[in-house]
Design a protein around this ligand. Structure first.
Ligand code: SF4
Length: 77
């Protein structure tokens, strides 16, 4: 598999375009975050939250303005 692609992509609603109402922006998220190697993943809040606590709120956007800590506290994960 292309190692530029995030290893979380199989279950990620952003990658699959399944995030409700966000289908139009799914493509640009994929380019910016999911298919951009380490640099892309390291900018993705979904990736960062999952790295830290092992899961991620389903509707979190990769470019959320909240900090990882805020997200974790807010969603109690
Ligand atoms: S949105 Fe983030 S966690 Fe999901 S596949 Fe893309 S880079 Fe990975």
């Amino acid at each position: 598999m292309n190692n530029q692609v995030c290893e979380n992509h199989e279950k990620c609603p952003i990658f699959s375009g399944a995030l409700k109402g966000k289908e139009m922006t799914g493509q640009s998220y994929r380019k910016q975050f999911c298919e951009a190697g380490m640099d892309g993943k390291n900018k993705c809040k979904r990736y960062m939250v999952k790295q830290k606590v092992g899961s991620c709120p389903p509707n979190l956007l990769p470019n959320s303005l909240k900090s990882v800590e805020q997200i974790i506290n807010e969603f109690s994960i």
